[in-house]
Design a protein around this ligand. Structure first.
Ligand SMILES: Cc1cc2nc3c(=O)[nH]c(=O)nc-3n(C[C@H](O)[C@H](O)[C@H](O)COP(=O)(O)O)c2cc1C
Length: 433
């Protein structure tokens, strides 16, 4: 296997980092930018291409019909808005791609286009944005809706949203700004155009009133359902994905690449990055001990997994008997995430067996020494066919160092991880290989 792309997915968002770890809060305050800046510096020095910051707009209360577990354990809440963090991360780094999350359901396309264009000017080509459609009803209820619109319609609307955002970015021709001081002409009015978009969901006049971009922000997206993959294949530069086996990863990537080709795109321009959670150990004994501890499935571990899948799917998993197979489940929220959870163990498995499979086997968690983990990532990359991985986990200092300090040299020794990022921006780094 040759070089792979690596990044970091901060699943806790601009939220609580390291609650439950013995080092919690020592030397950092999750509410301030410093801890994220330190992490970003380490990611850049480690040769990671991008830093993706999750976001959501609820105090989750799906699990058991109450926010108790989420608030008690600081799971997904509280959380700041990631966009104001971006300039701090840019200031701390010079090559790393910075990717905040933004909802196509709750940001007007004009607002999003303007905000992202402004940040991209600061970023000099290093900005991406993770566009989500925000599936939960309780999120929709913060924005004047009784319930979230139907899953596939959300994607239809998001397709149009992306078109409008991109039309706005292109509403100034690249050479519209002259800054011709001799003749007193700042910009050529003939090269700045209204977009006059009148679609199914949006009506936007334009033009955008920010300065034109040399490079549009990289669009990142994580839809995994059939409709989500169609959206990704049409629009995305990077797809974030979850899958529990190499076979499922390969099928996912092949599918998205096929949709990209159907849309007249070069599939190699689109990178599918799988989220993995490396758990680094010192030796085989510690690996065995970590596996054993995880397979114990304490109530805390059960709560942690179930509140997570309840939050992401909108289905209350507290209602199910741990020792029975799950009933057939559907959701209007994150379909791919639900499907991935259910398929983590053999068909007909009980809920407890699914939790056990996710906790103790390789699913998302790759447990081992740096050499074990690097070998596994190399062979997974080989089987899947590329493009790379996103490490996940909270960015308190102990965790990022525990993970990257041993893993980076092991990946580099195998030629899997680049030694240096290019200075041409995020898209250019992603297209290097
Ligand atoms: C790695 C990853 C990151 C995600 N990040 C976010 C996020 O920050 N905010 C959010 O609302 N949804 C997030 N999602 C959910 C996706 O945007 C999407 O809704 C989900 O994958 C389900 O899409 P589907 O119904 O097409 O399968 C994420 C999903 C994955 C797999």
């Amino acid at each position: 296997m040759g070089l792979l792309h690596f990044g970091w997915f901060l699943g806790a968002g601009f939220g609580v980092q390291g609650w439950g770890d013995p080092t919690y809060g020592i030397g950092y305050d999750w509410k301030q930018p410093t801890v994220y800046q330190d992490a970003a510096r380490l990611f850049e020095a480690s040769g990671l291409d991008l830093f993706v910051i999750e976001d959501g707009v609820t105090v989750p209360d799906t699990y058991g019909g109450t926010a108790e577990v989420n608030l008690r354990d600081a799971r997904f809440v509280p959380k700041h808005d990631p966009l104001p963090l971006v300039p701090y991360l840019l200031a701390a780094t010079s090559r790393l791609g910075i990717v905040p999350t933004l909802s196509a359901s709750f940001y007007e396309p004009f607002t999003a286009a303007r905000l992202l264009a402004t940040l991209q000017h600061f970023a000099g080509g290093r900005l991406g944005f993770n566009v989500v459609t925000s599936g939960s009803d309780i999120a929709a209820q913060n924005y004047g809706l009784d319930k979230q619109i139907e899953h596939d319609l959300r994607y239809d609307r998001a397709d149009e949203w992306v078109d409008v955002v991109r039309k706005l970015w292109r509403s100034w021709e690249p050479d519209a700004v002259l800054e011709d001081t001799a003749n007193g002409v700042f910009a050529d009015f003939r090269k700045v155009h209204t977009i006059d978009h009148r679609g199914e969901y949006f009506q936007v006049r334009g033009p955008l009133n920010t300065a034109p971009l040399a490079e549009e922000p990289v669009m990142v997206q994580a839809g995994a359902s059939g409709r989500g993959r169609a959206f990704a294949g049409r629009n995305s530069d990077v797809v974030l994905a979850l899958a529990s086996t190499a076979e499922r990863m390969k099928a996912h990537r092949d599918d998205i690449r096929a949709v990209a080709a159907e849309n007249g795109r070069n599939p190699d321009d689109l990178k599918v990055l799988f989220v993995v959670n490396p758990v680094l150990t010192a030796n085989a004994e510690e690996t065995a001990a970590v596996r054993a501890r995880r397979s114990e499935l304490t109530q805390a571990a059960i709560d942690e997994q179930l509140q997570g899948v309840s939050y992401l799917s909108g289905v209350d998993f507290k209602e199910f008997d741990l020792d029975q197979p799950l009933p057939p489940l559907t959701t209007n929220s994150n379909q791919g995430t639900l499907d991935n959870f259910v398929k983590s163990a053999a068909p007909g498995s009980t809920l407890r067996e699914i939790l056990q499979a996710r906790a103790s086997k390789d699913g998302l968690a790759i447990i081992g020494t740096a050499d074990d983990v690097a070998d596994q990532l190399g062979s997974l990359g080989e089987e899947v066919g590329g493009d790379g991985f996103l490490f996940t986990g909270q960015v308190h200092p102990a965790h990022v160092h525990r993970t990257l300090d041993p893993l980076v040299p092991a990946l580099r020794r195998r030629g899997l991880l680049r030694t240096e990022l290019g200075d041409g921006g995020l898209r250019s780094n992603l297209l290097d290989f």
